[in-house]
Structure formats: structure tokens, C-alpha cells
Write a protein that binds this ligand. Sequence first.
Ligand SMILES: C[S@@+](CC[C@H](N)C(=O)[O-])C[C@H]1O[C@@H](n2cnc3c(N)ncnc32)[C@H](O)[C@@H]1O
Length: 249
Amino acid sequence: MKANKQNCYSKFWKKRAERYNALEWANHQSYLNAFAQAGDFKKTDIVLDVGTGTGIVAHVISPRVKQVIGLDKSQDMLEHSNWYENMYFIRRDILNPIFKDGVFDKVTARQVFHHILEGTQEAMDECYRVLKSGGKMIFSEGIPPSEEVKEDYIKIFKLKEKRLTFMEEDLIALMEKAGFKNIKLNVLWLRRMSVKNWLINSGLPQSTQDKIFKLHVNAADYFKKVYNLTENGGDCLIDMKMVILEGEK
Ligand SMILES: C[S@@+](CC[C@H](N)C(=O)[O-])C[C@H]1O[C@@H](n2cnc3c(N)ncnc32)[C@H](O)[C@@H]1O
């Protein structure tokens, strides 16, 4: 059973890894800038990037810090990463501790926690444990743009993957329970994002891509309004809501 679960996980990320680096949201400059700014990185910082994937965030951070260690469960995602000389990668589950207490100045995790279906709080606790006292956690998630469309959001993402759906208060609670202080949450809207780009680079079968696309085109007016959805030359453009959270140990 356990081996079977691992197999499904590997297959899912193998497929996603092939086109992950072409995702518009993942490389969005204002998203990366806002994330890096929240980190307030220093040249002396040693950073752990949890769920580093193809290392997009680690790559952006690396010129600003002493060292970045990217940790990820998926070998395939790691194989699609670009390196700088102060970047290191480890294939590991965050729930399988390897580091001593209090060794990192900063811990980052962008778009990772919604994939940690079991042990979500334990994963946040682990991020807290490995931070130095006075260290900082910076993490980010995409969330439904409002309560009104939460059920639609869940329905759409259910077609895509098994995942958690958070609202702002759930993310703050995760951090508070781990022990973080001075928690800040910033909202960042990625405007006019292509649904086609998201789907084409998702690793999903064409039939699922088509279903999700139709759910956008044929959505009710309230959904279109909240997402600021416009149709554009065979594509749909929407506003995506991201939140970036910071907390101190
Ligand atoms: C959507 S990708 C985000 C990648 C990267 N952080 C970024 O912002 O582009 C999520 C990544 O989290 C990793 N991941 C999920 N659960 C994990 C866990 N328990 N331990 C380590 N990595 C995990 C996945 O393998 C995947 O590479």
C-alpha cells in the first residue's frame, strides 16, 4: 500500500516535472520579487527551501545569501533544476527529519503545503524546529480569491490533483500552532494569467485539461466576476490570488 502510494506520487511529479518550468505563475517576476522581498535575505543567510521542486525559488534567492539547500521528495522535479555554486539539493521528505535543531537562518516553501496531505502541521513544526532562534519562515500558497468561489475552486482542483485548500486563516493557524511569532500575511494578485498556459504545463491528460478549461468558459457570472475572467483568442485570462506569509522563531 505504502509502495503503491509512493509510485503514484512519483508518476504524478514525473509528468509535472517535464513542463513545470514553463508555468507562467511559477516564473512570474512580481511573485518571485515579492517572495524574495518578504525573505529580507542577507549574504550570511543559510536557507532551507522546502519542496524546492525545480529550484525556481532557490535560484532566485541564491545570489542574495550564503547558501541554499533545496529539499524535495521528487527526484524528477530536482532533475529539472538549474544550479548556482551555492545551491545544494537533497531528495527527502520534510516529514523525515535530517537536520539538527536550529541550523537555518531562513526556511522557505512556495506552493508546497497544499501537497502535504498528511502531516501538514508536522511539516510546519519541522520548519520551525530547524530554524535558528530569531530565524524566519517565508511561505506561500495560492488560495481561492473569495469564500464565494471556494467550492468552485475545490471542484476544479479536484480534477487536477489531490490537494488541500487553504484560506488565509488556515495558513496563519498553521504557523501559530508551530510557534511562529510576528506573523504577517501579504496578498499578491497575479493579474491576467493564462488558463491555457496553466493547463498545458500541468502534466494533465488532454481530456482533463479540456474539462477544466470548459469549467472556466462556462462558469457562472459570479465566478467570472471574482476571477476577473476574460476570454482572449481561445484562452481565458484570470486573476490568481497568492498569499505570502512570514513568521519569526
Ligand atoms: C508546486 S511544486 C513547488 C516547487 C517550488 N517550491 C516552486 O515554487 O516552484 C511542489 C513541490 O513540493 C514537493 N513536495 C510535496 N510534498 C513534499 C514533502 N512532504 N517533502 C518534500 N517535498 C515535498 C513536490 O515534490 C513538488 O516538487
